[in-house]
Design a protein around this ligand. Structure first.
Ligand code: VGL
Ligand code: ZN
Length: 203
């Protein structure tokens, strides 16, 4: 079975949000149109406690964009974003959330970040998404969302490693581009490991 996987379609990742990704809002109508075409629709949600170690504000003298060592892992520092129960962490209001079967939250442990919807950045704990997909008989994923160079990329790479067929809906992804070219490099990373590029109009 095929499943549509919506990555982090949350207020903070859209224009006006705390970690705004350019044109992130343009993905919502695409998601709404694609959802009814899939038997199974799942979503991830970045869901941090206020004391999360990825927030620059939780490290004296640090600024967003700087890189630190967080419990042995290299960590990009971000503005405070997607704090549990805040408006910024909610799905964008225009998203038809009634079409989502199950949501997998990530980034809940203050000691470690989690870009992938499957595992934290140290591959120490699973979110349950991988087991759920296998239980449901899903073998092929269509992935879209934010951000191409972080959460989309690491979700896709883990999915490939777990043996899923992965299609990246390229026009339905937007990235941060902290460094120019990050998005293009992320797409190359994903396709070189086996992800197939598709566009929303061909689904
Ligand atoms: C993300 C940075 C920090 C993402 C989440 O959803 O790509 N990026 N937290
Ligand atoms: Zn985050």
């Amino acid at each position: 079975m095929k499943a549509l996987l919506l990555i982090d379609l949350q207020n903070d990742f859209c224009p006006g949000g705390a970690l705004a990704v350019e044109e992130g809002n343009l993905l919502i109508p695409i998601a709404n149109e694609l959802m009814p075409r899939f038997e199974m629709v799942l979503a991830t949600q970045d869901w941090h406690p206020a004391n999360h170690g990825s927030f620059a504000a939780n490290h004296p003298w640090r600024k967003p964009g700087q890189v630190i060592d967080l419990n042995g892992l290299s960590q990009v520092l971000w503005p405070i974003h997607c704090v549990q129960e805040s408006f910024g962490a909610e799905f964008v209001p225009a998203l038809h959330t009634s079409g989502i079967y199950k949501v997998f939250v990530k980034g809940t442990d203050p000691e470690i970040d989690s870009y992938s919807g499957f595992f934290d950045n140290g591959h120490r704990k699973a979110t349950g998404l991988g087991d759920y997909l296998k239980e449901q008989g899903v073998d092929e994923l269509y992935v879209m969302g934010i951000a191409t160079d972080y959460c989309v990329k690491f979700t896709v790479l883990d999915a490939l490693e777990l043996g899923f067929k992965v299609n990246l809906i390229q026009d339905a992804c937007r990235g941060v581009n902290l460094q120019p070219g990050d998005v293009e490099r992320a797409v190359v990373d994903m396709t070189s490991k086996g992800a197939v590029l598709v566009t929303s109009s061909e689904i």
